[in-house]
Design a protein around this ligand. Structure first.
Ligand code: VIB
Length: 213
């Protein structure tokens, strides 16, 4: 079994709880409360900054030119469309400028920022990939439901960011890269990747929980 599948299977309970979370159900149904969405997106904007820094660290620490370019291209994409989405969504949800810039961080957001900072500072490419992969793959998983899009554009767009051929291809590349690096790592390296992967899955579940206060 590829290492990525092993890691996911080892964390199946938390993974499935996140993918089947009430927030995801309500997003698909178009019934997520504006206050819940505002809280979620405000926290996610802070998360995203840490993610961009981590992706930069992946670009810097990749051991081959080709994956480095794949990572760098994705970094460029995130800096474009997704940032514009947050501006429009938070405008509509009437989140104030100070709350966008520096909201009080909820515990899962703080936990994620610490996990990402630790991985970034370690420059441990395997650990960096493990965090990136959870964040992308778990989102691709919940966004892959075969269901009609919600009517609200802000809801539908958040789903659309995490599905479609470009995103699916990116997640597959990230998985293949983690598998390659895991195969080349020793027991200690794989154990570090597994620890970080498990922590990230727990944080994804807690991140959805936190949107409900
Ligand atoms: C808590 C949390 N986890 C994962 C994602 C998903 N995600 C993070 S960055 C990014 C950009 C695409 O590469 C995507 C899809 C999220 N938004 N928030």
């Amino acid at each position: 079994m590829p290492f990525s599948d092993e890691l996911r299977a080892a964390n199946a309970e938390a993974w499935d709880a996140a993918v089947g979370h009430r927030f995801v159900d309500e997003l698909w149904a178009g019934t997520v409360d504006d206050a819940v969405l505002a809280r979620y997106l405000t926290q996610d904007l802070q998360f995203l900054d840490g993610f961009v820094a981590l992706l930069g660290a992946a670009v810097a620490s990749a051991d081959l030119p080709e994956p480095r370019l794949v990572l760098a291209r994705q970094l460029g994409l995130i800096a474009g469309d997704e940032d514009d989405y947050f501006t429009r969504a938070l405008d509509r949800l009437e989140v104030s400028a100070p709350d966008r810039r520096s909201p009080e961080l909820l515990p899962p957001t703080r936990g994620f920022l610490e996990l990402m900072d630790g991985a970034r500072r370690s420059a441990d490419y395997g650990a960096i990939l493990a965090v990136l992969l959870v964040a992308e793959w778990l989102y691709a998983d919940w966004a892959a439901r075969d269901a009609p899009s919600p009517a609200d554009r802000i809801h539908a767009e958040w789903i659309d960011f995490h599905r479609g051929p470009a995103f699916t291809t990116w997640v597959a590349a990230l998985r293949a890269e983690l598998d390659r690096v895991g195969d080349g790592a020793g027991h200690g390296g794989r154990a570090r990747m597994a620890a970080v992967f498990g922590r990230a899955v727990e944080l994804e579940r807690a991140f959805f929980d936190a949107a409900y206060g």
